[in-house]
Design a protein around this ligand. Sequence first.
Ligand code: NDP
Ligand code: MG
Length: 389
Amino acid sequence: MEEIKKKRIAILGSTGSIGTQALEVIAEHPDLYEAYALTANNRVELLIEQARRFMPDAVVIANEAKYQQLKEALADLPIKVYAGTDALCEVAEAGPVDMVLAAMVGYAGLRPTMRAIQAGKPIALANKETLVVAGELINELALKHRVPILPVDSEHSAIFQCLAGEMDNPIEKILLTASGGPFLKCTMEELAHVTKAQALKHPNWDMGAKITIDSASMMNKGFEVIEAKWLFGVRPEQIQVVVHPQSVIHSMVQFEDGAVKAQLGVPDMRLPIQYAFSYPFRVKASFDRLDFTKITNFTFEQPDTVRFRCLALAYEALHRGGNMACILNAANEVVNAAFLKDRIPFLRMSEVIEQTMQRTQFIAKPTYEDYVATDAEARRVAEEMMNNN
Ligand code: NDP
Ligand code: MG
């Protein structure tokens, strides 16, 4: 019998919410997938545990201070151990790698993802900030190196699944669903006083802290609008956000004849992760199934961009183009981290982002170096704006 070649996957950010779920997918299909490289930033104990279980070829800890601990803990195994951000890029580029799962959080994912594309590696993309910051550049690189970018974000995976079999049928509209997060029903007055602990309790999804805060402010949805533009080549006015608090429909596509296709499922990130690994095939999986006898309430509403100003700012960044979404992202990373440290109240986040967008130099046609400089400058401006109040 012909032996099936296993797909060797480099997981950038294996200790995170997406990374650990990706390893569950690999564990369920050891005949199909293999973890070639695992990487983390700080959580060295978990990385050690993962390495001992999945026996990758290499592991990388971005924080070099943790290298010794990692090296010693794996000394009895034939696993290569590296530290630092360059090593992170190098394992993604390595010859045997068949696919790179970009599951780091934030701007830090941009460079390794670019390097992996330049090395010709297909990308399973969870790290949406990469497309928010530099979508145009990423698309150019992916085209040049003939590399597919397979969405892992559940909404974009849903859209991607709706597009299967549609060949060249143009998209009329994308209907991007949003749960609305934990503060959907809050008034402005209540939003002014919501706490970090409340924001970290997402009603439907268990995710990393940064994206959970972004979901509470709806910046996550704003990012997903930008992500959809770059992944599916649509104009901003073709992307409509629809609040659907049950998170059963993961997104929809409307075609030119008015037909709407949707992808549904229980909220479980393992499905979009697995689809990115297995595309164009579907692979049998043990995930929970939807039970339509239990779905009694299926609702839809308009997003409120007054209470959730971050969503309006993301649309504005998309309309302005150039480096504006890079500024948006950098300012958001600063305020998100500050909110998580109780340094600023919830509603201050969008104010600082808006002020940073007004004060950071706009570049219409940015190069990679411009994005690096913009990210640094916007972070500096956002810090200054935060300290001004
Ligand atoms: P987590 O915070 O749970 O995990 C992030 C991972 O990246 C961890 O492995 C972390 O290492 C690593 N990491 C963080 N910063 C750095 C850095 N500077 N250098 C190297 N590695 C780093 O995030 P999530 O898994 O929730 O999210 C990952 C990405 O996927 C984000 O872009 C998010 O928007 C996107 N996404 C997530 C979804 C989810 O359900 N969680 C859904 C859709 C998209 P360490 O553990 O050591 O800190
Ligand atoms: Mg999403």
